[in-house]
Design a protein around this ligand. Structure first.
Ligand SMILES: O=P(O)(O)OC[C@H]1O[C@](O)(COP(=O)(O)O)[C@@H](O)[C@@H]1O
Length: 344
């Protein structure tokens, strides 16, 4: 294992108050997002949209790494320049989603298992050769009256740990992403209890598979009440519950925690990340940053709408979200940053 390369990559990803941009939606998820606002679901539309993202002027001021999908890592700009080259010219590290998606977990109604371990060693070697320096695997845990089950959490933790060990063997930093979903009627407290349980099992499995904690990044959910919960909460309550859960479960050897956005609005995701960093920075053993997909991309996607005339405006919106999240990493985000007259 090239431990030096793993450490260097994690440090590069976390340097300078930057964060990650997840643009690794599978074809199915990307098409779903396009369909929702009436954009054609074609390979060319997906390519053009991803070109818009990676050519956003100034993106590298706030983004240290982007997570791509297998289709995207092989694509080129309209002028023929490979996306990989565009990113390396901008000094943005390339990451790659390597799971092959979530499937029903046998014997566990309503629960999911993430697949993709078969042949993974070979695929990782190919991505490393292409220039990728980190990878991502997402496990999905749903909350319901009788779920998650121990069997579901254990199976997903095992898969994440085996993926992480294979990544480190090849020299790719694994992003370990256990997402406890927001959908449901559960309270903030229940999300906290279950996320704690999930993270404990994940670190146990990582230890069992001899994963070097200094060479991973964790990508968890924030602790939130379910989207249909009768009781919604303040930004401070989310920050307190999230920090309590992470302090109880994530070893100090882990260099960084990069949150997923999970369907939160772009502004709330920034405000909550900001509250975490503002209030607790001196107490934190790890860096707290972002690895958002929707909370960075959604406003830009809606402006673009599949039309080339809108590219520049959409890029401004993407740049703005990336900048707000970098400010949140420093605890310097305020609602004033969202006021258009102050940003023009
Ligand atoms: O369902 P898919 O295609 O795996 O995509 C799930 C998405 O969830 C993420 O892991 C997190 O995204 P959000 O920040 O929008 O929650 C992305 O990296 C990824 O694109």
């Amino acid at each position: 294992m090239n431990t030096q390369l793993l450490r260097e990559t994690t440090q590069e990803l976390l340097a300078d108050h930057k964060g990650l941009l997840a643009m690794d939606e599978s074809t199915e998820t990307c098409n779903k997002r396009f369909a929702k606002i009436g954009i054609a679901q074609t390979e060319e539309a997906r390519r053009a949209y991803r070109e818009l993202i990676i050519t956003t002027p100034g993106l590298n001021e706030s983004i240290s790494g982007v997570i791509l999908y297998d289709e995207t890592i092989r694509q080129k700009q309209k002028d023929g320049t490979p996306f990989l080259k565009v990113l390396s010219n901008a000094k943005i590290l390339t990451g790659i989603k390597v799971d092959t998606g979530v499937k029903d977990l046998a014997g566990h109604p309503e629960e999911k298992i993430t697949e993709g371990l078969d042949g993974l060693r070979g695929r990782l070697a190919e991505y490393f050769e292409m220039g990728a320096r980190f990878a991502k695997w997402r496990a999905v845990i749903a909350i319901g009256e009788r779920i998650p089950s121990r069997g579901c959490i254990e199976a997903n933790a095992q898969a994440l740990a085996r993926y992480a060990a294979l990544c480190q063997e090849i020299g790719l930093v694994p992003i370990v992403e256990p997402e406890v979903l927001m959908e449901g009627e559960h309270t903030l407290e229940r999300c906290g209890e279950l996320s704690e349980k999930v993270l404990r099992m994940i670190f146990e499995a990582l230890y069992g598979q001899r994963v070097m904690l200094e060479g991973i990044l964790l990508k968890p959910n924030m602790i939130l009440p379910g989207t249909s919960s009768y009781k919604q909460v303040t930004v401070e309550e989310v920050a307190n519950a999230t920090l309590r859960c992470l302090l109880r479960t994530v070893p100090a050897a882990v260099p960084g925690i990069a949150f997923l956005s999970g369907g939160q609005s772009a502004e709330l995701a920034s405000a909550r990340l900001n509250a975490l960093n503002l209030k607790f920075q001196s107490r934190l053993p790890w860096v707290l940053t972002f690895s958002f997909a929707r909370a960075i991309q959604q406003p830009a996607l809606e402006i673009w709408h599949g039309t080339s005339e809108n590219v520049s405006e959409a890029q401004k919106a993407l740049y703005h979200r990336a900048t707000c999240n970098r400010a949140a990493r420093r605890g310097e985000y305020t609602a004033l940053l969202e006021t258009p007259s102050l940003n023009s």
